[in-house]
Design a protein around this ligand. Sequence first.
Ligand code: AHM
Ligand code: MG
Length: 341
Amino acid sequence: MTTATGTYPLVTLNEFIIQRQGDFPYAKGELSRLLHHVGVAAKVVNEKINKAGLVDILGAAGDVNVQGEDVQKLDLFANHHFIAALRATSECCAIASEEDQEITLFDDGLSRDAKYVFCMDPLDGSSNIDVNVSVGTIFSIYRRISERGSPADLSDFLQPGTHQVAAGYIIYGSSTMLVYTTGKGVNGFTLDPSIGEFCLSHRDIRTPRQGRIYSINEGNYAHFPAGVKQYMKHCQVVDPDTRRPYSSRYIGSLVSDFHRNLLKGGIFMYPPTQKAPGGKLRLLYECNPVAFIAEQAGGRASDGHRRILDIPPESLHQRVPFYVGSPDMMEDLEGFLAQEG
Ligand code: AHM
Ligand code: MG
């Protein structure tokens, strides 16, 4: 049989998850079941996104989310479906979502006893959806630190990124992909619409040490720290020996910008700006999961001075400056930032 992804043998996401359970000799299958359900929710959300132009779920819902931004209807849809899918697993005792002010507790029956909590940005880059630009879901899983059998609490979520058990994203792009890590490398799965399965398409992803792409919203240039401005100039210098100038690529959808740079090599930057002096992107929902994946693929992520994964979170919706990408490019950038003092 030939499918859109290729011919047999295909390795589906579920098969892969089961195979990899062996990486964790004491695992009882809870994380595997959780990841399986993430894949199911991703397919449901993908289906809606594909039809976004056809049905009435496009555009702002008229509500404003906790970050003070317009909520798009698809945000609500994705939020609802990921929460519903994870509630159904009983493998997760609470969820923190970028769309919700407070954590959602699964405080009934088996869920109360579950070992994991789940953080997500259900639809990242959703302001792009009504112009048919790729968007994504970002997720991160932690082992709870509160006692099992009791309701989860905020402390379960305010753990440093180094404590992540798994993290990943789904990119709803020209094809739909799910990329995830459990701390043993990064693997990517492409949704094969002909069989409705995520199939292993990118095994053990490694990011190039040195890339030739820089991604930043240059419209905010006037407000960037001096070190970032100098690094941008460095990227633009003509120097055939180092294959500069680099290309500037910015979609404005973190998952898409990061995914491209991960595969091709590059750096993504969201520095502090006048509008967002502490940075725009959220530590829990965006930066930690992306940083975990980047590091597992041989890349690096920092707030300019500190490793992202070491930052102790202070609040659920905390924002941080965010720089992530190929290690040699990160080193150059941090060199410029260090000169600033
Ligand atoms: P969102 O979570 O509200 O969609 O915002 C996050 C998005 C990221 O996907 C993207 O990298 C960034 O915002 C783009 O911001 P800007 O338009 O300021 O460049
Ligand atoms: Mg987001």
